[in-house]
Each structure stands twice: as C-alpha cells, then as structure tokens.
Write a protein that binds this ligand. Structure first.
Ligand SMILES: [Zn+2]
Length: 122
C-alpha cells in the first residue's frame, strides 16, 4: 500500500514538470482518480483484514464447540447412541422423525415436531 502511494506520488512529481496546460489538467484528473482508488483499496484492505480476523475467531470458536461436542465420545459410544434411536415417519405429515426406541415403544402419544399431531395414530 505504501509502495503504491509513493509510486503515485513519484509519477505526480515527474508529470508536474509538464508545462502544457491541457496535459496538466488531464493528469490532474488522472491523479485524483488514482488517489480515490488507492484510498478505496486501502479501505477494502483494512476491511478484509478485519473480516479475516473475525473468521479466525469464528473458526477458533467452532473448534472449541466441536471439541466440546465430541469430547470423550468414542466411535463405539456413537454407535450405541445411534442404535437407541430409530427413524419413524409421522402418520400425518410423513416427515421423518428421529426418536429414542424406548420412547417410541413406551409412549402411545408422541407429538410430531412438525405438525404437532400424534405421530403414532390418526
Ligand atoms: Zn407430523
């Protein structure tokens, strides 16, 4: 960013030696555009750095959450947990619902999370 600015400045100095008024006016406009653009680039760069920083924080947060979620749960335990759950379709809206096997067999009435009717009977 500094390099770009000093190059623009250098170019400006070189061209300031030009005596022709028409060229001068033209170059002045070019420089005003260049200045606006380099300001804008700097602004974008700063914003992007801020976004990258935020992403890094979010990534760290996610890693923490993942660590907490999967803490001390082995593959076997995960399989066990899966076994206890079964997938049923609501008789009313036919949406798939994951439910504990024991809850399914011991309860006559289970409210559907989608349509709120009893998923076991019409
Ligand atoms: Zn339903």
């Amino acid at each position: 960013m500094k390099k770009l600015r000093s190059e623009i400045e250098g170019l400006k100095n070189n061209l300031s030696k030009i005596q022709n008024d028409e060229y001068k006016e033209c170059f002045d406009k070019v420089f005003s555009i260049l200045t606006i653009m380099s300001d804008k680039i700097e602004e974008l760069t700063v914003n992007q750095e801020a976004i990258e920083e935020n992403m890094k924080f979010m990534d760290d947060d996610l890693t923490d959450i993942q660590d907490e979620l999967f803490e001390e749960v082995s593959i076997d335990e995960l399989n066990d947990m899966e076994d206890e759950y079964t997938e049923v379709n609501c008789v009313h809206c036919n949406k798939p619902i994951f439910i504990e096997q024991s809850a399914l067999s011991s309860n006559d009435e289970i409210p559907c999370p989608y349509c709120h009717k009893n998923i076991k009977s019409k």
